[in-house]
Design a protein around this ligand. Structure first.
Ligand SMILES: O=C(CO)[C@H](O)[C@H](O)COP(=O)(O)O
Length: 227
């Protein structure tokens, strides 16, 4: 319910005649659905979406949102995306859906990046609950795991929930979930991880989010507040 409310609130921020980054995950799925509904009702006109994943592409087509690619545009007006952790500085950990590489490209390009979460995603220290997803090319798996251990992280190859074997990203790569007990400087860890040969991208997003829309229950009612 909270995810639905927050997704709808984000969809309401999209203006006609705009290029919209469409994120991945169960919360953003509601935003995509409501953007589609607004288009259908005529309340929103002439928008084009940039999907951040196969999931976002399929959902957008299902809800009638016209799509384009980054080759065909020169800016993104607004992006809406979920997150796995959000700290008080609006730093994020993303990649619970293994889509953080494309999400990072789209979300950083957007003039306005709206994050949609429920209150359970808020943390005082980034990395206190969630591991940092690291997308790695398959041949580099073992050396990247060793490098993450040397950095003090606990790396685990992400396995499929129903699929036998590892999760494979939309780019055909693997995901290592790297748990760090303490991330004193998220911007630094983001750079250090991306410097390991064979790493494509990691899920730390620093200085990227503009508005965090938070769904929570107050006095038994679902509300959406802004940070
Ligand atoms: O980063 C993501 C996908 O890579 C998602 O946005 C993140 O995992 C949050 O998903 P949900 O809204 O389902 O909790």
């Amino acid at each position: 319910m909270m995810k639905q409310e927050v997704g709808k609130a984000a969809a309401d921020l999209v203006k006609s005649n705009s290029i919209v980054g469409l994120g991945t995950g169960s919360t953003t799925a509601y935003a995509i659905e409501y953007i589609g509904k607004r288009l259908q009702s005529g309340n929103l006109k002439n928008i084009v979406g940039i999907p951040t994943s196969f999931q976002a592409e399929v959902l957008s087509k299902q809800y009638g949102i016209p799509l384009t690619t980054l080759d065909a545009i020169n800016h993104i007006d607004i992006a809406i995306d979920g997150a796995d952790e959000v700290d008080m500085q609006k730093n994020l950990i993303k990649g619970g859906g293994a889509a953080h590489t494309r999400e990072k490209v789209v979300d950083y390009l957007a003039n306005q990046f709206i994050v949609v979460v429920d209150a359970g995603k808020l943390v005082t220290k980034l990395g206190s609950v969630f591991a940092v997803p690291v997308e790695v090319i398959p041949m580099a798996l073992t050396p990247v795991i060793n490098s993450i251990k040397q950095l003090g992280g606990k790396p685990e190859l992400r396995m499929g929930l129903r699929k036998a074997g590892p999760v494979v990203t939309d780019q055909g790569n693997l995901v290592i979930d790297a748990k760090f007990n303490d991330i004193p400087n998220p911007a630094n860890l983001e750079k250090v991880l991306n410097n390991i040969p064979g790493v494509l991208e990691n899920g730390i997003f620093v200085n990227c989010a503009d508005i965090i829309l938070i769904g929570e229950v107050q006095d038994g009612k679902s509300i959406v507040r802004e940070m």
